[in-house]
Design a protein around this ligand. Structure first.
Ligand code: AMO
Length: 436
């Protein structure tokens, strides 16, 4: 392993010899002195070298240096408060161009999102872009820690399936030897199977696939789904209680570790939501937005995006909260596997979680009684045979259970106030994007 000091660690060192490595961000090739800005994953530092009377190999290398090149530099660290960039600089003794860049970088600060996506690895060199993935790492780690501490098991479910995992809509089909396979739209079947296996609580953070042709800021054809399923619940209320506890744990960890950087790079003062999150039955939410002048287009359907924004604005005004659980969705707009309310079978024991006006999650108590489940599937026009082995999971005993699925990139987009999940996905996949 090359021994180099991370740039962020330089400030704490005394003046003296150091080795630093990273990519060149700027070059100021002056007559008397040559300056470079070197950046690594932790920060940036100025490199400086007085120009000799006649250009030597180092002076020539700096003059010919293309922006973006990765270099390794041995030099002398000097603390000097006149240096704008952090009050330190490294005086170059030797310089090794270990990975030269082509002369012109294909993107600049003002490039379109699409162009930036074409050159995602260069786009990701920006500190703000890297911060998104530091936040993601911390958030996932905090969620996993919560689950592990509460005795949940991590599962890795197959993404190749013989039958659709959510519905026939938005389904990718591929050739699979002499038959066809489908890409998992969600780990729904298998996280429920884990309940029949007696696992208790399970979680998975993995890819899900949807052949969704939309070009919105919140849809991808492949996305990371944060999923959980747990046994012995009494209702979807128990799932919501876990969901909000998890998010609070995740946000606390992100704020503690990255709050200052988020403020510096995105100008956002991060807040941790208070518990419990507000809960509003869907029908009432529709009434509230209607009273405030917006009628959700199809009365018998889900909230549309504008309705979600309006109810979020109401919740912000009334409760000062960024999150709201919309509950008790109509049976007609929910999948067959959602448990129906014993008091009113036209309603399900389910919810959507809205964060800053956008849906980030769906959760529910599931129907675990196989006869009821089969009838509900038929009621939705599904042929039970199409469900593969799914119904078998419920034939040999299964406890009451429920869970949720949550889009990771949507949470990050809303938390960090980014325009699109394209920015909060390492490599976005959409209807017209399969590269890089
Ligand atoms: P649902 O289909 O609502 O529920 O998906 C759950 C969450 O996944 C995210 N999501 C998406 N993100 C980006 N691009 C997409 N095309 C996309 N589709 C969905 C959203 C959404 O809220 N099995 C159920 C969950 C459950 O009940 O446990 C399900 O998949 O953030």
């Amino acid at each position: 392993m090359t021994s180099r000091i991370r740039i962020a660690d330089l400030a704490a060192l005394d003046d003296g010899p150091v080795v630093v490595g990273g990519w060149i961000e700027t070059v100021r090739d002056q007559k008397k002195v040559q300056f470079l800005v070197l950046r690594d994953e932790s920060g940036a530092v100025q490199l400086v070298r007085p120009r000799p009377a006649e250009d030597d190999a180092i002076a020539t290398a700096i003059s010919e240096m293309s922006i973006g090149s990765f270099v390794l530099v041995a030099g002398d660290l000097k603390h000097d408060e006149r240096v704008k960039l952090g009050g330190i600089e490294v005086r170059i003794e030797s310089l090794d161009v270990v990975g030269a860049s082509e002369p012109e970088l294909p993107i600049a600060a003002d490039s379109s999102v699409d162009k930036r996506m074409d050159w995602r690895f260069l786009d990701l060199r920006q500190p703000a872009q890297q911060l998104i993935f530091r936040v993601q790492t911390t958030l996932e780690h905090a969620l996993r820690t919560w689950w592990v501490e509460h005795d949940f098991l991590e599962v890795h479910t197959p993404k190749l399936m013989a039958s659709p995992s959510e519905s026939r809509a938005e389904l990718f089909q591929l050739g699979y030897f002499d038959t066809v396979a489908y890409l998992a739209q969600s780990p729904q079947h298998f996280k429920q199977m884990a309940q029949a296996a007696g696992f208790g609580g399970v979680f998975e953070i993995a890819d899900a696939f949807r052949a969704d042709p939309s070009f919105t800021a919140r849809h991808a054809t492949e996305f990371t789904s944060v999923d959980m399923e747990v046994s012995w619940i009494d209702s979807h209320e128990d799932v919501m209680a876990i969901h909000e506890a998890l998010l609070v744990a995740g946000f606390e960890a992100v704020k503690a570790k990255h709050g200052d950087e988020i403020e510096r790079l995105f100008g956002i003062e991060m807040t941790v939501p208070s518990r419990p999150f507000p809960r509003i039955p869907l029908a009432e939410a529709k009434r509230i937005v209607a009273e405030r002048g917006y009628t959700v287009p199809r009365a018998d359907e889900d909230m549309d995006p504008e309705g979600e924004r309006r109810i979020a604005a109401y919740v912000r005004e009334e409760f000062g909260h960024d999150f709201v659980f919309l509950t008790d969705y109509a049976t007609s707009i929910r999948p067959f596997y959602h448990m129906r309310s014993p008091a009113d079978p036209a309603l399900t024991k389910s919810y959507d979680l809205i964060y800053r006006g956008t849906e980030i999650s769906t959760g529910a108590q599931r129907e675990h009684r196989v006869d009821v489940l089969t009838a509900q599937a038929e009621d939705k026009g599904l042929d039970p045979k199409e469900l593969g082995t799914y119904l078998d999971f419920f034939r040999y005993g299964v406890p009451p259970h429920g869970g949720f699925g949550m889009g990771l990139a949507r949470v990050l987009m809303l938390l960090l106030e980014r325009q699109s999940i394209r920015e909060t996905t390492f490599l976005f996949r959409g209807p017209n994007r399969l590269l890089p």
